[in-house]
Design a protein around this ligand. Structure first.
Ligand SMILES: NC(=O)c1ccc[n+]([C@@H]2O[C@H](COP(=O)([O-])OP(=O)(O)OC[C@H]3O[C@@H](n4cnc5c(N)ncnc54)[C@H](O)[C@@H]3O)[C@@H](O)[C@H]2O)c1
Length: 377
């Protein structure tokens, strides 16, 4: 059995963000705009019932608490998240918690109490300015928990935005390093949602098309940031990756990123990219050993064909393509991102406990995850 859920409405294409003020006006009068440092939200900031709250960085428990406190004062009818995935997630979390009286830790999975989110929440209009996370169409929000050194998610139906406005024009100003790390996240999400056994007939075409667009345009968007066609491919790839992951799940790459994200402080997409090739290699090796004629390897062969453009590609060719792409994008390995060799066993243990790891195409042991981390140095 499977289900499919996404944002209530998706408005996409160059110039789509010009309609946000009208969209928001149709949803309510009192507006809280959670905006990234760079985001130009002047079009929204008109009336005296609009509050703009700026947020920077990947959200921590403390950030979400601060946003919720502001929102409980404002009591918004609608919340806008205008910025990178970090800002969109912060807006989603703030909206989901602001009408209850609980704390973020009451609802956080893995390290929190994991209680269901309040049923009542203002609608969210999500306006991404990076092409990467797909957070505009997902029902979770990862939050960094410093004291545990991990990232864990809030998860629930009320986190799904009412409207996703995907305008590639907003990503034209994204610097190359952010283009590379966020784009690598979209690529990873498409690959993991395509290769997980939880993939469905509805997520497959989304993940496949997202993979195709990211393979075609990620390096180009990085080297030629003003290429609107490449930016459009990446915005669509990110959107499709979010739709796919929200309904199929991910895999060990995101399990490792959850384990590392709290301790490294490096961009999420770059952490994913650092472990992507080695995790794919470990998965393919384990599948060759345990299920050589199974669907898992066929999925990797198909993904390799999409990535390389060669119908005869083997699963291992995907690994080589991913290594080349990471090099072309100037993405760093785990040592440069701050992982010390002594932290490897604990990080692998935390990755085994992460929710995404359960959707991996094959069960990897602690030792295999440690090898992945060492090979990603
Ligand atoms: N909710 C989900 O389903 C989901 C999925 C994947 C990742 N995530 C989360 O998303 C976060 C990462 O988001 P991200 O990769 O979009 O990066 P980000 O939001 O952290 O932004 C990275 C940097 O780019 C800047 N920036 C963003 N857009 C810009 C623009 N157009 N021009 C110039 N600068 C710009 C930001 O200010 C920031 O400094 C992580 O916390 C990750 O865990 C969430």
């Amino acid at each position: 059995m499977w289900t499919f859920a996404t944002a209530g409405r998706v408005v996409a294409g160059a110039g789509a963000s010009e309609g946000v003020a009208d969209l928001v006006a149709g949803l309510g009068r009192r507006v809280l705009v959670v905006a990234g440092g760079h985001a130009d939200v002047d079009a929204l900031a008109g009336g005296d019932e609009v509050t703009v709250w700026r947020h920077r960085g990947e959200p921590t428990v403390e950030d979400v608490r601060a946003g919720v406190a502001r929102a409980r004062e404002v009591r918004p009818d609608v919340v806008v998240g205008w910025g990178g995935g970090s800002v969109v997630d912060t807006a989603k979390a703030v909206a989901a918690l602001c009408r209850g009286d609980g704390d973020v830790l009451d609802h956080l999975e893995v390290v929190g109490a994991g209680r269901p989110l309040p049923a009542d929440a203002p609608p969210v209009v999500a306006v991404p300015t990076t092409a990467g996370t797909g957070a505009e169409v997902t029902a979770n929000a990862p939050v960094r928990v410093r004291e545990h050194g991990v990232k864990a998610s809030l998860r629930g139906r009320t986190l799904q935005p009412a409207v996703a406005v995907v305008d590639p024009v907003l990503t034209l100003g994204c610097p190359p390093d952010v283009t590379a790390s966020s784009g690598a996240d979209a690529l990873t999400q498409c690959l993991e949602a395509f290769t997980t056994p939880r993939a469905t007939p509805l997520t497959d075409p989304l993940a496949r098309e997202g993979l195709r667009r990211a393979a075609r345009s990620l390096v180009r968007a990085h080297s030629h940031g003003d290429d609107l066609d490449a930016r459009t491919d990446m915005s669509v790839a990110a959107l499709l990756s979010g739709m796919a992951l929200a309904n199929a799940g991910l895999g060990a790459v995101h399990g490792l990123a959850a384990a590392l994200g709290g301790r490294l402080g490096a961009p999420h997409g770059e952490v994913c990219a650092a472990v992507l090739a080695a995790t794919t290699e470990a998965n393919v090796r384990a599948l060759r050993r345990t299920d050589p004629d199974g669907a898992g390897l066929r999925r990797y062969a198909e993904a390799a064909a999409v990535l390389t453009g060669r119908a005869s590609a083997r699963p291992e060719d995907a690994v080589a393509w991913l290594r080349d792409a990471a090099a072309a994008l100037g993405l760093r390995g785990l040592t440069a991102l701050g992982l010390a060799g002594a932290d490897v066993p604990e990080a692998a243990r935390a990755a085994l406990a992460a929710s995404s790891t359960r959707a991996n195409p094959v069960a990897l042991e602690q030792g295999e995850l440690e090898d992945v981390l060492r090979a990603s140095a």
